[in-house]
Design a protein around this ligand. Sequence first.
Ligand SMILES: *Cc1c(COP(=O)(O)O)cnc(C)c1O
Length: 380
Amino acid sequence: MRMKTIKTIPYGRQSVAEDDIAAVTEVLCSEWLTTGPKVPAFEEAVAGYCGARHGVAVSSGTAALHAAMYAIGIETGDEVIVPAITFAATANCVVYQGGRPIFADVEEDTLLIDSEDVIQKITDRTKAIIAMDYAGHPCNYEVLSNIAKKHDLFLIADSCHALGAEYRGRRTGTLADLTTFSFHPVKHITTGEGGMIVTNNTYFADRMRMFRNHGITSDHRQRAEKHTWKYDMVDLGYNYRLSDIQCALGISQLKKLPNWLKRRQEIAARYDKAFMKTNIRSLSKHPKCSHAYHLYVVRVPQRDKIFNILRESGIGVNVHYAPLHLHPYYRSKFNCQPGICPKAERAAESILSLPIFPALSDLEQTQVITAINTAVTDSQ
Ligand SMILES: *Cc1c(COP(=O)(O)O)cnc(C)c1O
């Protein structure tokens, strides 16, 4: 029987508090709403947190990926290897630059890009690999870096799921040539919309700063400080800037990240334990990694049936993701067919993302665990 007023528990959501609001209000009353001092302050805060030299703030995680493809010089005819299980933007950024995404399969137990398949898919047109830290688990960067080095490829980390995750004691942001983050409200910290590229490479950072500002080499504030109106547009860029209003929110949010990560890990540990002796299978976690748990993904039999039962009982489960190469766009534009990434295609039929976010209460989590256990047992 359905209760009359069921409040849905979402799979993810932001936490915004009074201090975040105060930080935004302060900027709204200041001189610079955009291209002001909060932008470099946020960039330094995120890069510093990761242990990297540069941060380049942009208007979204998607813009971050696009800027990364621009920085490494992806152009018409270039191939970039991407995982089959990821958000559309991971591959779309390659197409923005005229390149061709080549889909690699994922590992059965983690759904992270499969290095063996990456090697199989390298051709003499391959320029880069984009690894995606699915659910918040860092990819196998040791193996991927060796592949990249051996074949003279750039290694890009789409770490939009994995701000604060660690691989062998090193944080995301330091594990690839360029690392991208998103500050969309479902991600670890939010700026409403927003993104950043983190890198140790000064040349790439400079290129991306120019790219996010129409291809112009100086910004409004720099010109104001130098008392000049002159500027040079040296390449075709975009307006991918992040405003000071958003950066102020980001700076405030970042302070809470360590506690939020702990809470996400706590929730994950409880799910792990609850599903241990059931036929709800959690993804694997490697002991040398610290997991940021943007998502908590399980594999269940009869996923679509379970999905419907849970949604009807107010549990906002979701599916991340249908295989990207099988979307109509990639099928028709690049002639991608079923069968090119069989493990991804199989996994996509059983995966389900359960609610996980810092403000999820123990009581709500109990509700989720009870509901999924019942749904799985009932649909046997
Ligand atoms: C969220 C996300 C993006 C895109 O970020 P936006 O800020 O929404 O543009 C890209 N890749 C992955 C894996 C993501 O999860």
